[in-house]
Write a new protein. Sequence first.
Length: 281
Amino acid sequence: MKIGKYEVKFLPTGTFGLDGGAMFGIIPKVLWQKTNPPDEANRITLGTRCVLLSCNERKILIDTGIGNFWDEKFNKIYRIDKSQSDLENSLTQENLAPQDITDVILTHLHFDHTGGSTKFEDGKMVPAFPNAKYYVQKKHFDWALNPSDRDRGSFIADRFLPLHEEGVLQFIDGTSQFDDEIELIEINGHTFAQQMVKLSDESTTLLFCGDLIPTMSHIPIPYVMGYDIQPLITVQEKKKYLSMAVEEEWKLVFEHDPFVTAATVTKTDKGFKVKEKYEKL
């Protein structure tokens, strides 16, 4: 699809598994397992969908998935499956190589969003996209350097620190316009200073939700992850942006839904619900 000057593609980069209870917080398993069946270890399947924006002068990635170069223990815990696709293969399908990427917008620095930002080369981790600048909120980077004991495990230093050390990590300060079609929106429920990416022109708006609404199943307001640092802030943010999505007919893009790329929403007397879902766009 086209938004302004950009051709928009959605890139599959594999799947992984996280505990279903953690993904749905206070929601009972008897409800969430209807749409997200768990395995024998209670893990549900999650996608790692990235977005590629292409125009003549730029090739922009939004997030980089869970990446490669993990050890056997990590792969087993998170049930990482790259058998169908990974980021580099998906780029190859678009006739692109890592060196063609000019910019990488990172929603936040949790390992399942920035894992593919670095690669192991010559005995160390280095930027995976050698000609790209990477963008993240400054407040979030500061938090990632000194996270709480509660969320420390979500930040793997060698997946983002090499970007800073190589001088390719650029900092964003709050909600801001990246260019004519791209707005970066700061939110603070899931983690401090995550940034959603809003893509829009005169006819179409896509909101890349990051971990505010990771899957289509998370559209109802109470469906908030146990991972969230400030769950009541997440509730406020969901109400705000879901209301805007209804009023302005946005399409919400889900980073972690393994089957559904995007959906529009509507509001009923029972809350926000899916209006139309899109397995592909």
